[in-house]
Design a protein around this ligand. Structure first.
Ligand SMILES: CC(C)(COP(=O)(O)OP(=O)(O)OC[C@H]1O[C@@H](n2cnc3c(N)ncnc32)[C@H](O)[C@@H]1OP(=O)(O)O)[C@@H](O)C(=O)NCCC(=O)NCCS
Length: 338
């Protein structure tokens, strides 16, 4: 097996080979979700989370056929001792040691970049979970993935949900928009995005703090993915402070599926049902703007009770459990000679 680095921004052929393996593995790896469109895959492999350096490597056999691949994300702001990783092996070539070899190779690159810890996620029940455990991974937090089906029944319940929440939220107004955030809300939104760091996370993971540069970078990533993205925010009427926000992304090639991005309420504004209110406003906005939408997918930490309670009121149902993993770089067996 030959493992070579390539540039995902310019080498479309190799990146498509990686995407092809991910799509082929989908029925086994993640059967409850539709396959990731190439545009999304390209941005995640080429740019990662915002403000990261990326390395992508493809493993081929002697005839040049793709066997497996990995992406190593080296965050440049927070998480400078951590590397985020994804390994993929062609489903027709699994259980022959390719995954172990790629992990060892990747750990070598992470060590050279000064990283101490590898971090990744798997779906419980999928081969990735057995692999992470067998290769010495340490279990981190669990997330629960839920899906909301946008039925007529849900649509009819929205006015009652809003009416029940509104008396707790006097003094706040709602703002909805699509695409880039309005200029006058940008500073306030940075504070709300930073507040997401209060959500449960593993000790070694450093949540992102937001400023104007990061917000710009996030929006550029969404533009590069080609998604349509929608936001609903609660704004405190008296001081104009942004108190809560929720965002949903829709990929034009998959208009039935919405992907929940952030929902956050800043600490000083919690307890006013703002989480529910912005989500109800979002559903009303999406009904108008995305008539083909049928499902919204979200993931939350198992212990994130408040968010989960809001989602349950909105009819979300559990589809999958996701497991975070950490590998100490120094503990991963090195690539065998030859
Ligand atoms: C996880 C993945 C990379 C493993 O690739 P692979 O080439 O099959 O891995 P290996 O052959 O090196 O397996 C190493 C060990 O992991 C364990 N393992 C891997 N797949 C397994 C499965 N389906 N069931 C049980 N154990 C499994 C075994 O202990 C295996 O050793 P063994 O075959 O000697 O028993 C591959 O299944 C994949 O691409 N999954 C989708 C993406 C993913 O989940 N990536 C990992 C998280 S980033």
């Amino acid at each position: 097996m030959r493992i070579e680095q390539f540039d995902p921004l310019t080498d479309d052929r190799r990146l498509r080979a990686c995407h092809g393996m991910a799509v082929a593995g989908q029925p086994e790896d993640d059967p409850n979700l539709p396959a990731e469109p190439y545009e999304d895959f390209r941005v995640f492999w080429a740019l990662g989370e915002s403000l990261s350096l990326m390395q992508t490597w493809l493993a081929t056999d002697e005839s040049g056929e793709a066997v497996g691949a990995y992406v190593l994300e080296l965050p440049q702001r927070e998480n400078r001792k951590n590397a985020f990783v994804q390994i993929i092996v062609d489903p027709a070539r699994r259980r022959r040691g390719a995954g172990r070899l790629l992990l060892a190779h990747l750990a070598g690159q992470a060590a050279q970049a000064g990283r101490e810890r590898l971090m990744g996620w798997t779906r419980i029940g999928a081969p990735g979970t057995a692999f992470a455990r067998a290769t010495g991974g340490r279990e981190g937090m669990r997330e629960v993935r839920r899906r909301q089906d946008l039925s007529e029944d849900l649509r009819q319940r929205l006015p009652a949900l809003r009416a029940a929440a509104e008396p707790h939220a006097s003094g706040y107004g709602l703002r909805c928009w699509d695409g880039r955030a309005p200029a006058e809300l940008r500073d306030g939104l940075c504070a709300v995005y930073t507040a997401l760091g209060d959500a449960p996370h593993d000790g070694a993971y450093e949540p992102a703090s937001f400023d104007a540069a990061r917000l710009d970078a996030e929006e550029q990533r969404l533009v590069a993915r080609g998604v349509r993205w929608y936001s609903a925010a609660a704004v405190e009427a008296a001081r104009g402070e942004v108190a809560a926000v929720t965002q949903v992304n829709v990929q034009p090639g998959q208009p039935q599926w919405g992907w929940q991005a952030i929902t956050a309420v800043t600490k000083q504004h919690r307890g006013h049902r703002l989480g529910l209110l912005v989500k109800v406003a979002m559903l009303e906005l999406l009904a108008e703007r995305e008539p083909a939408l049928r499902h919204i997918v979200t993931s939350n930490a198992e212990q994130n009770e408040h968010m989960v309670a809001v989602n349950e009121q909105l009819g979300y149902q559990v589809t999958d459990y996701l497991q975070a993993w950490e590998h100490e770089v120094a503990a991963v067996a090195p690539v065998p000679a030859g």
